[in-house]
Design a protein around this ligand. Structure first.
Ligand code: AMP
Ligand code: GLY
Length: 424
């Protein structure tokens, strides 16, 4: 099978690494890819926004499956345009991608199907949103409706913060994404990420993970795309997985099919586990980054077989097997992240560090035969262990072999699971 993988981050490196292990794979292309992905794929300089060009490439190279990593291309309908050209795609249609592309859309779906989630209001003007906030009080959460590169959410502890967040949305801080806001109840509990492979009708549980979104140790400081993750998420017991499927994922699949937008691809279910069970925080219509990296380490089965089955609506008879070990990934970021990261600093020692861990490239470039930083999140240092503590030790041992003075990482990835293991 010839596969084209779209994307250039650590998530896509992990997907490329796992796809390359498939005996079914005959050729892997990646657009645009990165120097890590280049070890498993031929990089192609395609303009992913030019859907006709992507379809043309697929026809020329007789691509059997396109795997779309990030949400951006899905939300603007790359999947639809490729399917219209009779090209198989792993990833949802534009309509189904609204589960991530519009928070209001997802909240309305939850309301219609009785899916547990935070109470909310949708507002097209600042004055209405503010009136709702004044009536409800803080803490409260303000979200730009559309895609805002992970920056559109304000968890406001005070009324003033919430009102300011409303102004910044309507003042255009997130462009078109902030033309509407969702204001919602502040949920408490433990967060977990849960994944399902979906084929329009069937949703197959596809692992659990927890990530660390804040840049600072102890989960403090500004939000990021994720500074590290581990899998499985201890909080997601088999009972909670079953409840999440029944109360959240299955009604979503049914609702999407009923409105003529069956969901296929990977559904990333962001959950808050509180005293009264799981509640949906948000959906994403792609793998988490860096959650994907730890899932791929633990997946025993052939990823290409599973993604093809999802694209062909054949998941009903599939199962998924995982390694018993835990996996943990530490994100190494360039100084300045999550603000403006410094680019171009040289990274050395990757080969030696790679002997004890998988090092996925997230934001690197090659310059004169050397690897340099080329983004905010730059490397994902990933290891397996019998416990999260052991995976953590191995990941940091590899981090310590990387010679990159301009990079930094959190030293406490996995701390909740490690504490839990310590108290067993
Ligand atoms: P998101 O960008 O939607 O992933 O949200 C970023 C983070 O904000 C989530 O991971 C949660 O930690 C937090 N968050 C979002 N919605 C809520 C909520 N309703 N209650 C509490 N925290 C929330
Ligand atoms: N790590 C969170 C995300 O991919 O959205």
């Amino acid at each position: 099978m010839k596969v084209l993988l779209i994307g250039s981050g650590g998530r896509e490196h992990a997907l490329a690494w796992k796809l390359a292990a498939s005996p079914m794979l005959t050729k892997l292309y990646a657009a645009p890819g990165n120097p890590g992905i280049a070890k498993s794929a031929e990089l192609v300089a395609l303009d992913v926004a030019d859907h006709a060009a992507v379809a043309g490439f697929c026809r020329d190279k007789a691509i059997d499956l396109v795997v779309v990593g990030p949400e951006g291309p899905l939300v603007v309908g790359l999947g639809d345009d490729l399917r219209a050209a009779a090209i198989r795609v792993f990833g949802p249609s534009k309509m189904a991608a609204q589960l991530e592309g519009s928070k209001g859309f997802t909240k309305d779906l939850c309301a219609r199907y009785g899916i547990p989630t935070a109470a909310y209001g949708r507002f097209g003007s600042a004055s209405e949103a503010k009136a709702y906030i004044r009536k409800t009080g803080a803490p409260i959460v303000v979200k730009a409706d559309g895609l805002a590169a992970g920056k559109g959410v304000t968890v406001a502890l005070t009324l003033d913060e919430a009102l300011e967040a409303v102004d910044s949305c309507f003042d255009g801080a997130f462009g078109g994404a902030g033309a509407e806001v969702v204001v919602e109840e502040f949920l408490t509990g433990e967060e977990a990420s849960f994944f399902c492979l979906c084929d329009g009708a069937t949703a197959l549980p596809f692992g659990t993970a927890q990530d660390h979104k804040r840049v600072g140790e102890g989960d403090t400081g500004p939000n990021t795309g994720g500074m590290g993750a581990y899998s499985p998420a201890p909080v997601m017991t088999p009972e909670l997985v079953e409840r999440t499927m029944r109360e959240i994922v299955e009604p979503t699949m049914r609702g999407m099919a009923e409105m003529g937008a069956p969901f296929s691809g990977v559904l990333f279910v962001g959950l808050m586990i509180g005293a009264d069970g799981p509640k949906l925080i948000e959906y994403n219509v792609r793998f988490g980054d860096p959650e994907c990296q730890v899932l791929m380490m633990r997946l025993k089965d052939d990823l290409l077989v599973l993604l093809s089955a999802a694209a062909d609506a054949q998941l009903a008879h599939m199962s998924v097997r995982w390694r018993d070990e835990a996996a943990l990934t530490v994100v190494m970021a360039a100084e300045g992240y999550p603000g403006t990261p410094q680019k171009g600093s040289v990274i050395r020692g990757l080969e030696r560090a790679g002997e004890g861990a998988e090092i996925f490239h997230a934001g690197t470039a090659e310059r004169d035969g050397e690897i340099v930083a080329n983004g905010g999140r730059v490397l994902n240092v990933t290891a397996m262990g019998a416990t999260v503590s052991e995976a953590q030790r191995k990941s940091y041992a590899a981090v310590d072999l990387i010679d990159w003075p301009e990079g930094f990482c959190r030293r406490d990835i996995g701390f909740r699971a490690v504490e839990r293991e310590g108290s067993l």
